[in-house]
Design a protein around this ligand. Structure first.
Ligand code: 26W
Length: 818
């Protein structure tokens, strides 16, 4: 591993202490005596940043000199969270910076908590992009992340009278010391207008020229992403939209002061706010503008950088690999073709070959309502030339399918880039697929299902294109930083090797049967639970006992993730505790957190129900302290860092076949929680690695779910045969938890009787039984802790370092350090 001492700036405490005050004085204009805590945060950030910049510039030079291949990771979302602790940890500066600050009586931990959480993403997909950026820098894949610099990230959630309220998020309010504006990296992005044919050279086809009606400027903001031990620094380049003319002076001078700003408002609206939906396509024009805006800016930047050191674009695919993070940047396929053919004069066939060799595409969801497709009329009006190019690509693909594989009728309709059934739409998944040399799913099961469902016909046409790349999470943020207690214990027990090579964490396996170690492992967990209990007490004024079983489900709220199933189990348990007070119940704290898309009404009802149930159960003296239900508002990366290390049980209970991978499941298990889960997404592979005796699997499998649906399963007969479930549902629908509005949950419960699309009734008994098995295991702490230790010991394969190495070897064909 590289050493941070390559940096020109000193790493010793004296130098750091001196420099922090220097920043305070000359960059912020405050004396230590007058500095407020935010000033200290800024001074420390700038001091740490300088150390990253040294590595950053070296990395840039090395990269330019080598002329090697780079990765461009195009993602609409990067859910990075706070950066200071990550940077300090990866530079191995934690003790020194803490020591330096102590000289001024400033506490590093306190300072770190002041940093705003950069929430430029919704959930799994955005957080994965952030873990991947960190892992690319850690394993030495030279790469750029390209995305959008939203002024307002993911909304802040409050709970008022039990219901979700959305408030604007304002992470840039106090400025952002991590970013560097790069005015020289600005590109014009067009929208609308017309395409004209220009007669070309003799013997050549006419060239198409796009004359956009509107143009806006994309300006780059760069954030350095430092890898473990400072070995590499990559760049996260986020685009901000600006008007070409900030003000229309003619309009202003003639008295139209508002009209003078209309254009700049419209331009800047593009990067103003993150769309908060991760399960339903919004279908709005502004969203398509965002997608094209950041795709075109990124491609123009990639081309410009390429031409700085290469003579032509004919070797583009040897020098850059562009990963499309879901279909949000899929319009890039058409835009790169336009740039190569129309702007740089390349022949169509060569351009198509280069385009396909350059792009690869990751699919993150099979939910039909989440697949992006754009109405032709909207697409054509906003992006007329790209629409023509899509038609041309489509014609070629269909011709090839007919000629090479004899496709006709249904199979042509299935591969077509145009959906003719729903008012003619462009299918972005098909576009991304045909424009890429590799297409991947994010877990083994999900990849299999891709081949069988959405991409069945395309898989038949291109049988070698789909491959699997199971997700991972970065152990730096999700173990070392989130769980310093466990990290220290591991260091003492197995040495420090696992910090550089997480697979060595397996060495702790042989301590699973060591009673002394088990006690210390349990003590760390207890401390982490006490820390979470403090947060719950501060934010909700609810007291929970750190010695109870902490049973936690945190993730976006969605019907398929089945928070409802978990809540019903809580209600049934509540019912049982009340009716059988003499039974030896396991004390449990059920913790929920997560946001619902503002327009997703059922998801919001589930949040409301969780809060209603929590209020009633927590205030019922008959329950004593055997059951508590807590909904913690405003789930985000920073809260996750406190929650993941504090769980005994991790709830991963999606309807089988619907969770593409999950990544929270990995964070929990790495920190020693036992999973209760369905055979869905990466849970399947986690079971294989952890051992089926160390994970609680329940419920229908994906193929059983599909079969039930084909048979027209409905919940009614199931519910009527299960008094426990029936009574719990009755309590919910009769207003036991919503006396102010007894019918509030009629719709939610009625869906289970009439349809049960998500198999909640179908899986209830199996879930209940499995929870009671967990109770029984809890009664044997030695055995519980042994299994928990084995979870930590056996999770290393789910490091995003492993994922990135696989992408690098099989898709990008770039090198890594190791
Ligand atoms: C167009 C609206 C929209 C926006 C975002 C639809 C779908 C999305 C994302 C693809 C949703 C998402 O975050 N998917 C999650 O991706 C994770 C990373 O691969 C997986 O672990 C999760 O299982 C998957 O739900």
């Amino acid at each position: 591993p590289h050493d941070a001492s390559a940096s020109r700036r000193s790493y010793d405490v004296d130098a750091l202490a001196e420099e922090i005050v220097e920043k305070l004085t000359y960059s912020i204009g405050k004396s230590p005596a007058r500095a407020r805590k935010y000033d200290w945060l800024r001074a420390v950030t700038l001091t740490v940043r300088d150390r990253i910049i040294d590595h950053w510039l070296e990395a840039e030079d090395a990269r330019a000199a080598s002329g090697g291949k780079q990765v461009a990771y195009l993602s609409m979302e990067f859910l990075i969270g706070r950066l200071l602790r990550d940077a300090i940890n990866n530079l191995n500066l934690t003790t020194q910076v803490a020591e330096a600050l102590k000289r001024y009586n400033v506490d590093l931990d306190m300072i770190e908590l002041l940093e705003p959480d950069a929430a430029l993403g919704n959930g799994g997909l955005g957080r994965l992009a952030a873990c991947f950026m960190e892992s690319m820098a850690s394993v030495g894949v030279p790469g750029f992340g390209y995305g959008i610099r939203y002024v307002h990230g993911f909304f802040r959630q409050e709970i008022a009278d039990g219901a979700q309220v959305e408030l604007p998020e304002n992470w840039l309010l106090h400025g952002n010391p991590w970013e560097f504006e790069r005015r020289e990296r600005s590109y014009e992005i067009g929208f609308g207008g017309k395409v004209t044919s220009v007669v070309g050279e003799p013997g050549k086809p006419p060239r198409q020229l796009w004359r956009p009606a509107e143009r806006v400027l994309a300006v780059a903001y760069d954030t350095p992403i430092v890898g473990w031990r400072g070995a590499h620094v990559n760049t996260l380049r986020l685009w901000s939209a600006q008007a070409l003319d900030p003000i229309l002076l003619d309009a202003f001078n003639s008295g139209d002061h508002i009209g003078a700003l209309v254009e700049s408002n419209k331009a800047e609206a593009i990067t103003r706010v993150l769309y908060p939906a991760d399960s339903h396509q919004a279908g709005q024009e502004l969203r398509l503008r965002q997608e094209f805006f950041f795709s075109s800016a990124s491609l123009q930047d990639i081309i410009r950088r390429h031409l700085e050191t290469n003579e032509s674009l004919s070797n583009l695919h040897d020098k850059v690999s562009i990963q499309l993070n879901d279909t949000h940047p899929a319009v890039s396929v058409a835009e790169l073709m336009r740039l190569l053919v129309d702007v740089h004069g390349m022949e169509w066939d060569e351009a198509w070959e280069i385009t396909r060799q350059t792009f690869s595409y990751t699919n993150h969801t099979l939910l039909p309502e989440a697949l992006e497709h754009w109405p032709i009329h909207l697409f054509e009006r906003l992006l007329p030339r790209q629409m023509q190019i899509i038609y041309a690509i489509n014609a070629a693909v269909i011709r090839q399918a007919m000629e090479s594989k004899g496709f006709d009728g249904g199979r042509i309709a299935a591969i077509s880039l145009i959906d003719e059934n729903n008012g003619r739409r462009v299918r972005m998944g098909q576009l991304a697929f045909v424009g890429s040399h590799a297409v991947n799913g994010v877990s083994a099961l999900h990849t299999d299902l891709m081949k069988e469902t959405v991409f069945h016909a395309l898989h038949e046409l291109y049988p070698d294109r789909i491959q699997n790349k199971t997700n991972g999470v970065t152990p730096r943020r999700w173990l070392m930083e989130a769980n310093p207690g466990l990290t220290s214990l591991l260091k003492e027990t197995i040495g420090e090797g696992f910090l550089d090579d997480i697979s060595k964490i397996r060495d702790v396996e042989r301590f699973a049967t060591d009673a002394g170690f088990r006690d210390r492992f349990a003590a760390v967990k207890r401390e982490n639970k006490a820390r979470l209990a403090d947060v719950i007490s501060e934010r909700l004024a609810i007291s929970v006992d750190p010695d109870a079983l902490f049973d936690i489900q945190v993730k976006r709220i969605h019907e398929y993730k089945r928070q409802f199933l978990n809540i019903i189990e809580a209600v049934a348990l509540y019912d049982q505790i009340r009716s059988q007070p003499a039974t030896n119940w396991t004390p449990r704290v059920k913790v929920f957190a997560g946001k619902a898309a503002p327009s997703y009404l059922q998801a919001k009802e589930i949040i409301h129900l969780a809060n209603d149930v929590a209020r009633v159960i927590n205030s019922d003296p008959a329950v004593r302290d055997l059951l508590k239900v807590v909904f913690i508002p405003n789930y985000n990366v920073s809260l996750a860092e406190i929650i993941m290390p504090a769980a005994d049980i991790s709830e991963q209970i999606s309807t089988a076949g619907l969770e593409a991978s999950g990544t929270g499941n990995m964070k929990f298990a790495l920190n020693g929680a036992l999973t209760i889960g369905t055979l869905d997404g990466a849970n399947v592979e986690m079971r294989d690695h952890i051992g089926e005796e160390n994970i609680f699997i329940f419920g229908l499998t994906a193929s059983e779910v599909a079969q039930r649906r084909r048979e027209g399963h409905s919940g009614r007969s199931v519910i009527e045969g299960l008094p426990l479930l029936r009574d719990a549902l009755h309590a919910i629908s009769s207003g036991v938890f919503s006396p102010d509005e007894p019918n509030r949950y009629n719709g939610l419960v009625g869906n289970l009787y009439n349809n049960d699309w998500w198999m909640i009734a179908a899986d209830f008994q199996s879930y209940w039984d499995t929870q009671r098995r967990a109770d029984a295991l809890w009664a044997d702490p030695a055995e519980w802790n042994r299994k928990a230790i084995l979870n930590t010991a056996r999770m290393s394969w789910f490091s995003s370092d492993r994922s990135i190495r696989e992408y690098a070897a099989d898709i990008w064909r770039t090198g890594t350090d190791a």
